[in-house]
Design a protein around this ligand. Structure first.
Ligand code: BGC
Length: 399
């Protein structure tokens, strides 16, 4: 049976500045990669040199038949020091947006994807320790000012805007797990402040982006997934979801959409989060092969936020390209079922266009539809890209 997606369903791929551009030395992640004692396996370096190669990369995307490209603005390029804006950097992103438009790709612009300029990350000393960054409430205002300047230059041509990418991962990994800058572990106070600042920043950004030039939908994107409880621990799932998801989904009420990003499932037992269930396939990322995650997350997001959903990231880090096709097909089948059940899902973005810098894991995780030779930067389109392109072209999952 062929499963058809709604007319106008938006098909895209996604990247993030630090993971593909290269040379983003002026942000907190670059500093973190180079600091001794972090969990980073390698540095980002030249990444995919997408900063200069974006026209060729967008050609590949157009040739595959996708309709949208989601990418992020690198705040540290646009505002390299507090209050000092780079017209050249803004012009660069205007060219990227124009290159999308020239290729009939809707430019979906993310204003913050994990990286913060060094000066902003170092702010707030004395409020919550040195380098409070997002734990400093004033960072919401710093981000708002950046959004104001960026939208003034870029707004006319933006197709859709994501304010902050996965604020819940920035706070979890940065203040509880020590995996992202500023590398705090079990700092509940910092985590709470950072969560509040992220939400305030999102709300300010929505106001500013709506008031600026252009007319495009605005929302945030959230790291979500499927959840499962061990027998007897069922009441713990809503507790986890409340901090990690619902607080943001509630803040997204009244937005134009919510971006759902899901890869796997989290299991909860009496003593907290559990690892993969024995017998379930485990991916190189260390989590379960769980292709119905995006559909499960979309259902929950629609219910709590009450706004249209876009799956703004979904994919699999694997060296097995056939497994990628299987994962995507199973994910889309579950998503189509959610749509048939009345969940308002309007688009799906594959993570990612290119094999890229997977944060603390470095380059050994391969999420791309296009392989990148690390020595030469030569791109090779993978067979999975052609398989997924057929789905995009048909706007349907054929048997
Ligand atoms: C992030 C991406 C990341 C992807 C795969 C999401 O959490 O937004 O930057 O590469 O997941 O792990």
């Amino acid at each position: 049976m062929t499963t058809t997606f709604p007319d106008g369903f938006l098909w895209g791929t996604a990247t993030a500045a630090h993971q593909v551009e290269g040379g983003n030395w002026n942000n907190d992640w670059w500093a973190w990669e180079h600091a001794p004692g972090t969990h980073c396996s390698e540095v980002s370096g030249d990444a995919c040199d997408h900063l200069t190669r974006y026209p060729d990369d967008l050609d590949l995307l157009r040739d595959l038949g996708f309709g949208a490209y989601r990418f992020s603005l690198e705040w540290s390029r646009i505002e390299p020091e507090d209050g000092e804006f780079s017209r050249a950097a803004l012009d660069h992103y205007a060219r990227v947006i124009a290159a999308c438009r020239d290729r009939d790709l809707l430019p979906v612009v993310t204003f913050h994807h994990f990286t913060t300029p060094r000066w902003a990350a170092a702010s707030g000393a004395g409020i919550a320790g040195d380098g409070a960054g997002w734990a400093d409430p004033l960072t919401a205002e710093r981000f708002a000012r950046f959004c104001e300047r960026a939208v003034a230059r870029l707004g006319d041509e933006i197709g859709m805007a994501c304010t902050i990418n996965e604020p819940n991962i920035v706070t979890l990994m940065g203040w509880l797990m020590g995996m992202f800058p500023p590398g705090r572990e079990n700092d509940l106070d910092g985590y709470t402040r950072a969560t509040e600042t992220m939400i305030a920043a999102h709300r300010r950004a929505v106001e500013i982006l709506r008031a600026g030039p252009g007319d495009f939908p605005v929302g945030l994107t959230l790291s979500m997934g499927d959840w499962a409880a061990e027998p007897g621990s069922e009441d713990r799932v809503p507790q986890y979801r409340a901090h990690h998801e619902d607080v943001y989904l509630e803040a997204a009420r009244g937005d134009d959409f919510v971006g759902v990003q899901a890869y796997s499932r989290t299991r909860v037992g009496p003593n907290g989060v559990l690892g993969p269930e024995p017998g379930v396939e485990v991916l190189p990322m260390g989590y379960e092969y769980w292709p119905t995650a995006a559909a499960a997350a979309a259902r929950h997001a629609a219910e709590v936020a009450g706004v249209p959903v876009f799956v703004t990231e979904n994919g699999i880090g694997t060296d097995d390209d056939e497994q990628r096709v299987r994962y995507v097909r199973e994910s889309l089948a579950a998503l189509a079922q959610a749509i048939a059940d009345g969940v308002d899902v309007r688009g799906w973005f594959h993570w990612s266009l290119l094999d890229n810098f997977e944060w603390a894991f470095g380059y050994r995780m391969r999420f791309g539809l296009v392989a990148v030779d690390r020595a030469t930067q030569v791109r090779t389109v993978k067979p999975s890209a052609a398989a997924i392109a057929r789905i995009v072209h048909a706007n349907a999952l054929e048997p």
